[in-house]
Write a protein that binds this ligand. Sequence first.
Ligand code: HEC
Length: 123
Amino acid sequence: MIRICIILAVFFLLLAPAEIAAAADIEKGREIARQHCARCHVIGDHNRMGGIGSTPSFPLLRKMQDWRERFGTFYNRRPHPVHVRVEGVRRWTDLPPNAEPFTITQGNVEDILAFVETLAEGS
Ligand code: HEC
C-alpha cells in the first residue's frame, strides 16, 4: 500500500509541472497582447514605435525583478480595473470605462505571462 502511495505521489509530482507548462500558451498570450494591450503599451517588435508615450513598454516592465507579480495582477492595478474584466474576478470599481473594455479569462493571464517571459531581458 505504501509503495503504491509513493508511486502515485511521484507520478503526480512529475505530472504537475508539465501540466502547468502546457496550460499557458505563448502564442495565445502574444495574440491577446496584440489585440488588447498594444493599444496603449509597446509590447515588443510588433509595435516598437506604437503605444502611448506615458505607458510603460512590456520589454521595460519585463526587466523589473517583480515583473511576474505585476503582470499576474495587472487587471487589479490602475488604470486597468475600469476597462479590463477577468472572468470570475470581482472588479473593485464600478466606474465607467474610459477606454474600450475587454474580457479575458484567468487562463489568459497565464498566457500573457508566458508571452512576456519570452521578451528577453536586455532587449
Ligand atoms: C487603455 C490603455 C491600456 C491598456 C489597453 C492596457 N494598459 Fe497596461 N497600463 C496602462 C498604463 C497607463 C499603465 C501605467 C500605470 C501607472 O504607471 O500607474 C499601465 C501599466 C501596466 C503594467 C504595470 C503595472 C504596475 O503597477 O507596475 C502592466 C503589467 C500592464 N499595464 C499590463 C497590461 C496588459 C497585460 C494589458 C493587456 C491585456 C494592458 N496592460 C492593457 C494602460 C493600458
